[in-house]
Design a protein around this ligand. Structure first.
Ligand SMILES: [Zn+2]
Length: 344
């Protein structure tokens, strides 16, 4: 049995360690992928901090944002061949699930999540159900392809599928990180006027480069500034990308009449909202969780036609052995995304 290198998280609060694992074998309906790149994301920090709940079994190999090449296929796999470049959808939703039928496989209750419930792509190889693999129309830089599968697909789900942002909308994006920066460019591409909110001047400059028309430094005057910029009427859409109950409440307060508020940032803490703020303004509050495999296809197409820039997400690739530094970079805010390349 061949062995491979994997970066394993032994438990909550512990550093990642390198281990040797057997190279997994694809069963019927599965394919083995040689992992070329895997993004390191805020949910990996949550996993390490114990924020993904008590049902995670450790040790686990993280890694849910991955791209690679098909290395072996099991029986009964159609449409995929050894050598095909693929993006990996980390949710396993059976094709016959009713959630798949209604286009909401991201919510399938029985899902297993690669890199959380089962070992993920901080490894040289992973085996995945063939139906969860997305073949690329043409070759894409592996780091770019990896971050498209989550860092771009997650805000795509929020901006396009949930909020249905259009050219007539004024959209406020709160938090310009790995998700918010892409919410900015996706909303701007749809023709919306985008106002970026962040504590960081540097991130606001990035937001402007990605298409934000205006930017507001996050402080106690944020709501007043947004009100001023929208002539007192408030934005049509607020995309809240910060894991903060205060920012959740602010998003609801600042939204204009008839507005849509999308909560993308993950906070386990309760927040307070005035029911009257929701009722008088007839707000629609959307939760936005994950994305579907079709949304990965959509962002790949946007990337290939030049509509999406991911250069701000893929600056420094590290080998698997530097997984802890990659997590630290993200935790310290020195990068918006880290990418691991097992074959670097
Ligand atoms: Zn993620």
């Amino acid at each position: 049995m061949r062995s491979m290198r994997a970066a394993e998280l032994p438990g909550v609060g512990l550093p990642i360690r390198m281990v040797a694992r057997n190279v997994p074998h694809p069963g019927a309906g599965e394919a083995r992928i040689r992992v070329d790149a895997c993004g390191v994301c805020g949910s990996d920090l949550l996993l390490q901090d114990g924020g993904l709940g008590p049902n995670v079994t450790f040790p686990v190999v993280p890694g849910h944002e991955a791209a690679g090449v098909v290395d072996a296929v099991g029986d009964g796999v159609d449409g995929l061949a050894v050598g095909d470049q693929v993006a990996l959808y980390y949710v396993d939703c059976p094709p016959d699930s009713k959630f798949k039928a209604i286009g909401r496989e991201n919510l399938h209750p029985g899902m297993t999540r690669m890199g959380v419930d089962i070992d993920g792509a901080f490894a040289e190889y992973v085996v995945r159900p063939a139906h969860s693999l997305i073949k690329t129309p043409r070759y894409i830089d592996p780091s770019a392809l990896a971050v498209l599968t989550d860092a771009v697909a997650t805000p795509y789900h929020a901006v396009v599928t949930r909020a249905n942002v259009s050219a007539t909308d004024t959209v406020v994006v709160i938090g310009i990180g790995g998700l918010g920066s892409n919410a900015v460019q996706l909303a701007a591409k749809r023709g919306a006027r985008v106002i970026a909110v962040s504590r960081s001047i540097e991130k606001l400059e990035l937001a402007k480069r990605l298409g934000a028309a205006e930017s507001v430094v996050s402080n106690e005057y944020t709501r007043a500034q947004i009100s001023h910029l929208t002539n007192g009427s408030g934005p049509d859409v607020v995309i809240q990308c910060v894991g903060s109950p205060e920012q959740d409440a602010l998003a609801i307060e600042m939204a204009g009449a008839g507005g849509r508020v999308v909560l993308v940032g993950a906070s386990a803490l309760p927040f307070q909202a005035r029911a009257l703020d929701i009722l008088w303004k007839e707000l629609t509050i959307f939760g936005s969780c994950r994305f579907t495999s079709d949304e990965i296809r959509a962002v790949i197409d946007l990337y290939l036609d030049g509509s999406i820039d991911v250069s701000h997400l893929v600056s420094g690739a590290r080998p698997l052995e530097e997984a802890n530094q990659a997590l630290d970079d993200l935790r310290n805010g020195t990068v918006l995304r880290s990418v691991l390349q097992p074959w670097l």
